[in-house]
Write a protein that binds this ligand. Sequence first.
Ligand code: ZN
Ligand code: ZN
Length: 389
Amino acid sequence: LPEIALTQAFLDRFTGRFGVRPAEWHSGVSTRRRARVLEGVARGEVKVVAGARSALFLPFADLGLTIVDEEHDPAYKQEDGVAYHARDMAVVRARFAHAPILLASATPSIETEVNARRGRYGRLALPERFGGAKVPGLAPIDLRREGPARGRWIAPRLAEEVNETVETGGQALLFLNRRGYAPLTLCRSCGHRMRCPSCSAWLVEHRFRRRLACHHCGYQAPVPDTCPGCGAKDSLMPCGPGVERLQEEVQALFPNARSLVLSSDLTGGIERMRAEPEAVARGEVDVVIGTQLVAKGHNFPGLALVGVVDADVGLGHGDPRAAERTFQLVHQVAGRAGRGAAEGRGFIQTHMPEHPVMQALVKGDRAAFYETEIRAREEAHLPPFGRMA
Ligand SMILES: [Zn+2]
Ligand SMILES: [Zn+2]
């Protein structure tokens, strides 16, 4: 599993269903506990391991089945130190063990989809959503025509929907895949942009921690009082929204609603990242503001509304996987709503409702998305039809 999806709730559900408690294997497990799991796996006494990437390196005595859940998740890609893709590694490992492997996803990676179409992988389809729940339809909100006022990010129509949801006792999720307060800090006097000194990416303001951070290399610095470009005092201003800034807007729009930011860079580490979704599931929060962290595996039974604040993030920056990533994320996020009794509703704010990805999302047409994207990759000789440099 992607590390963050390894929740207590998952382990409990698994135990309830199969009568065996899986041994956990991830970075949060103590060294002593790890040693015991390792030994149990080698002896064949541990029957099931629920683990993150590194579980693939455990010395299974008799590996019978591997399941890679959310197989499209970029978290399986290990880039520090030895670079490898845990999904691909799992396929190789299963082949060596002559054991079956199941790659599970509602939005498979293009690579896996192509393998299935070519007949290299078998395909098991689950046409119905678990428990008969309905995937919410997604209505587009065209930001060119009905966008919010300058300096705001929630369109009036979406705000109205959130308000109605919260007033009738439901929960709303606003999805914005931008950590921090603002993705860019700019000088009002000279136009200087705060960039990372090592990799020249824009520095992201984290207001809560009062720092500017580079999301590429990890560089951090306090927010300066004066502009490094022209020396003007108090001239630096935030541009664009991050989840922290979005929460300010939520608090201003819905002063009585309890709001919470779910983002991977909050202090408190993995424990807090597990505790907070559980609080949401118990109904202790009215409006959740989340990054891609919320797309994963959580079950929020009270969630009735999902608003994708900026569906265009990532598109149009020349990243060949952007369309795939956007489709997967938005589809997954929308799937968070309507899991309980209430039927879910979803809205996507976009500047390009005619984009094939938005069209596929609005119509709920997965097949159309894969057709378009596979053809585009093939024509451009991009993976899996060619290699990226
Ligand atoms: Zn950097
Ligand atoms: Zn300046």
